[in-house]
Design a protein around this ligand. Structure first.
Ligand SMILES: Cc1ncc(COP(=O)(O)O)c(C=O)c1O
Length: 391
């Protein structure tokens, strides 16, 4: 039987594979520390849970009509206007079951077979797979550890061709922790102006997790290119709602119309009581700030501890909750280094090659209790010191 070639050729999600493996290892050995996950360790804030219960009891269990409850889309549009400087209206918003599906809808609806879609590398594991599943060709824009993953016009120009249909960027970045700075944003805008047929998908899933001294820049705030920008965001990371499966995209005009067609024929809608709960999530500013501060404290401690180890290098993430750690382990690639740290230190991360890099890097999540992070760094130190002595 001939199944779909585009889907058959996909790699399984490496981050999900590692999350499953880590759970199995932990069940067998409670000493294992799991830093492979991509989710907050906090519970969803109480006001959101209360709101979900209230509307569940009120019977919000039927299909909802259209691209999302009007009050939620109004609230999201207001958030994008006030916090991100974007000119989206409520009618530009489509509420989706998670940000991942918003990205799938946008790519699938925009590309034709053979089109090229650029994405940043190292980058989130699902971009190339979503692009391939849509029949398009993933084209990486390779950013380098050595220059702090700087996004430059030169890098973008090297990857663009007449077949380029879309560029996907993700800030704050998973896995590098970089936040788009003003200079890079200006280069991005200039690139889009030079290439008027290229769409931009800006994945801002970690936008609320930005550390002191940095600020999120939303490309849709640039009026000169706004009509070509699809902004994706959601509730999973910022308000600890991973399991609720709710996110959204914002796009205008014919772009939004084509995406909405696919939405209607795939998911129909998101649950009404979940959308009601998400409407109050955007007002949980104190809870969101509390979580953000906690990630920042953990970042300071964990990255500080790691950098004090000989043979380990990690830049301080500017946002999100991942440490992108480079190991000096001669003769080992990222997969071997990750396996080595797992076997010897009982700390589970995700190997850098899952994010498309040749560097000997491992991604560790610091959305975990500080005591566990301290223990993890200590064990990595012991292992690295032993390697150093054995020479
Ligand atoms: C960069 C990035 N974008 C999008 C998502 C999808 O988030 P969700 O589908 O849970 O809303 C994730 C989740 O890991 C992510 O890391």
């Amino acid at each position: 039987m001939e199944f779909n070639q585009n889907i058959l050729g996909l790699q399984p999600s490496r981050s999900m594979t590692f999350m499953v493996k880590a759970k199995q290892l932990q069940a067998a050995d409670p000493e294992v520390i799991n830093l492979s996950g991509g989710e907050p360790d906090f519970d969803t804030p109480m006001p959101i849970r209360e709101e979900a219960k209230r509307w569940l009891d009120a019977g919000y269990t039927h299909y909802t009509i259209g691209p999302g409850l009007p009050e939620l889309r109004e609230r999201i549009a207001r958030k994008l206007r006030e916090e991100n400087g974007c000119g989206y209206k409520a009618d530009d918003i489509i509420v989706t079951p998670g940000g991942k599906f918003a990205i799938y809808l946008a790519v699938r609806a925009a590309v034709n077979p053979g089109d090229e879609v650029m994405f940043l590398e190292p980058g989130w594991v699902s971009y190339p797979s979503i692009i391939e599943a849509s029949g398009a060709v993933p084209v990486p824009v390779r950013l380098r550890f050595e220059d702090g993953f700087a996004l430059t016009a030169e890098k973008l120009e090297q990857a663009v061709t007449p077949k380029t249909k879309m560029l996907i960027v993700n800030y704050p970045n998973n896995p590098t922790g970089r936040v788009l700075n003003r200079q890079e944003a200006a280069e991005l805008e200039a690139f889009l102006l030079r290439h008027p047929d290229v769409l931009l998908l800006s994945d801002e899933m970690y936008e609320r997790i930005v550390f002191s001294g940095y600020e999120n820049v939303s490309p849709a705030a640039f009026a000169s290119v706004a009509d070509r920008v699809i902004t994706v965001n959601g509730f999973s990371k910022s308000v600890a709602m991973t399991g609720w499966r709710i996110g959204y995209l914002a796009a205008s005009g014919p772009l939004r119309a084509v995406i909405y067609k696919l939405f209607q024929h795939t998911v129909s809608c998101v649950s009404g009581f979940i959308m009601k709960a998400a409407t109050v999530a955007l007002d949980c500013t104190a809870e969101i700030e509390e979580m953000r501060k906690s990630y920042e404290r953990r970042r300071d401690r964990f990255i500080g501890d790691l950098n004090a180890i000989e043979g380990v290098t990690c830049a301080y993430p500017e946002g999100a909750f991942y440490a992108w750690v480079k190991f000096d382990l001669p003769g080992m690639d990222a997969a071997q280094a990750c396996e080595f740290i797992l076997n010897e230190a009982k700390v589970v991360g995700v190997p850098g090659d899952a994010y498309g890099t040749d560097d000997c890097c491992v991604r560790f999540s610091f959305a975990t209790e500080e005591s566990e992070l301290i223990k993890a760094a200590e064990r990595i130190r012991t292992v690295m010191e032993r390697v150093g002595k054995e020479g």
